[in-house]
Design a protein around this ligand. Structure first.
Ligand SMILES: C[S@@+](CC[C@H](N)C(=O)[O-])C[C@H]1O[C@@H](n2cnc3c(N)ncnc32)[C@H](O)[C@@H]1O
Length: 358
């Protein structure tokens, strides 16, 4: 039978239990419900990480809801509903009686999983979630909603809140399962001194130095991050081949490198700020040097696009930050005295761009 919106509705045989197949349809109304309630999913996976639910399940392998509620200090009925929802999202599998286990997606929520995304999920479910709640501020002013909500810009806030800073840096590393691939996309073997400009804790450098025994490296970042990378390191960069230097890339970057890395830096800033960073790299670079940029790129076309989402995220979190398309990056580089030599595709819509001084 057809309802008044012209949607075909099947009649259910009342002797059989209702299944998902009976209830899932693909109407515009349903699609809009999925879109408007996207925050349900954000908060569900956030809680699975934040309340240690994924860790408790992983420790036991499979846990009945009542035991899991005891271990996580949650209400058994509420937790049972969360698990049913997480099961529908593909994060756990099982049922109330036999207990729940983690799926491969759920495994990534564990703190100690090899490619853990636990901190990534935590910062998106908390600080970034609150910033997005003030999206109207960004839309009205073109400025950062994060700054509006938290009273200081993201990088100053991280400086003032060391625990959040560590979560942020871990989240950064979790967002780049392709660093090893990046290390193979450019020939670093003949480099003498690689400078990672705002390299965080050095996860990318670590991959590059592991794959290339020759080069020495400089990990450059803001003073509190360099200090944090020494005292509470996330990445274990070869200490004998890597020097740590603190500073501000708007003033200068360490000199005499023959490769300068800019991984996910330019998308944090507006064109004018990018120009300052790029010209500082140009000025500092040894003759014959190369700039290697890692950024997600906007492309034409429809369908799911991480880059379009991150383009909004950069506005909300950093105000002037934005994702750019290839032409925009070429123009920025040209203005700062560089010419693009090659582009390499990496996972998650990221590109590695190699540029040389003109
Ligand atoms: C988006 S993270 C990228 C980190 C790393 N390159 C990566 O791809 O994982 C931005 C980095 O820029 C650093 N940063 C921000 N402002 C800076 C400044 N003025 N001078 C030096 N580093 C800065 C932050 O501390 C942070 O580590």
């Amino acid at each position: 039978m057809d309802d008044q919106q012209g949607v075909h509705v099947t009649t259910h045989n009342t002797t059989e239990p209702v299944t998902m197949e009976d209830t899932v349809e693909n109407t515009p109304g349903r699609q809009l419900i999925e879109l408007m309630a996207g925050f349900w999913k954000t908060q569900a996976v956030f809680m699975a990480a934040e309340l240690g639910i994924a860790d408790a399940i992983a420790a036991a392998g499979r846990l009945p809801v009542v035991d899991l509620a005891l271990r996580t200090g949650t209400d058994a009925d509420a937790l049972g509903r969360l698990l049913l929802f997480l099961e529908s999202l593909g994060v756990v599998e099982g049922d109330e009686k036999s207990g729940y286990a983690l799926t491969p997606v759920g495994e990534l929520l564990r703190v100690d999983a090899p490619d853990s995304m636990s901190d990534h999920v935590r910062i998106y479910g908390s600080h970034f979630y609150q910033a997005w709640d003030a999206l109207s501020h960004s839309l009205r002013t073109g400025r950062s909603a994060f700054t509006h909500v938290f009273g200081s810009d993201l990088f100053s806030y991280l400086h003032q809140n060391p625990d959040v800073s560590l979560t942020y840096e871990r989240a950064m590393v979790a967002g780049t399962p392709f660093f090893a691939e990046a290390a193979g996309a450019f020939d670093f073997s003949t480099a003498r001194r690689i400078v990672d400009v705002a390299g965080g804790h050095g996860a990318l450098l670590d991959e590059i130095l592991k794959a290339n025994p020759g080069p020495r490296a400089v990990l450059f970042d803001a003073p509190h991050v360099i200090e944090e990378a020494a005292s509470r390191p996330i990445a274990t960069v070869h200490a004998d081949r890597c020097e740590r230097i603190a500073g501000n890339f708007f003033e200068s970057v360490p000199a005499d490198g023959d490769v300068y890395l800019l991984s996910r830096i330019l998308h944090c800033f507006d064109d004018e700020a990018c120009h300052r960073i790029l010209t500082n790299c140009h000025r500092a670079m040894a003759p014959g040097g190369r700039l290697v940029i890692l950024e997600r790129m906007l492309t034409k076309g429809t369908g799911s696009s991480l880059a379009q989402g991150y383009n909004m995220h950069m506005l909300v979190v950093l105000g002037g930050g934005r994702e750019r398309d290839e032409a925009h990056y070429r123009a920025l580089l040209e203005k700062a005295g560089f010419a693009v030599e090659s582009l390499h595709r990496l996972p998650l819509e990221t590109h590695l761009v190699v540029a040389a001084p003109r």
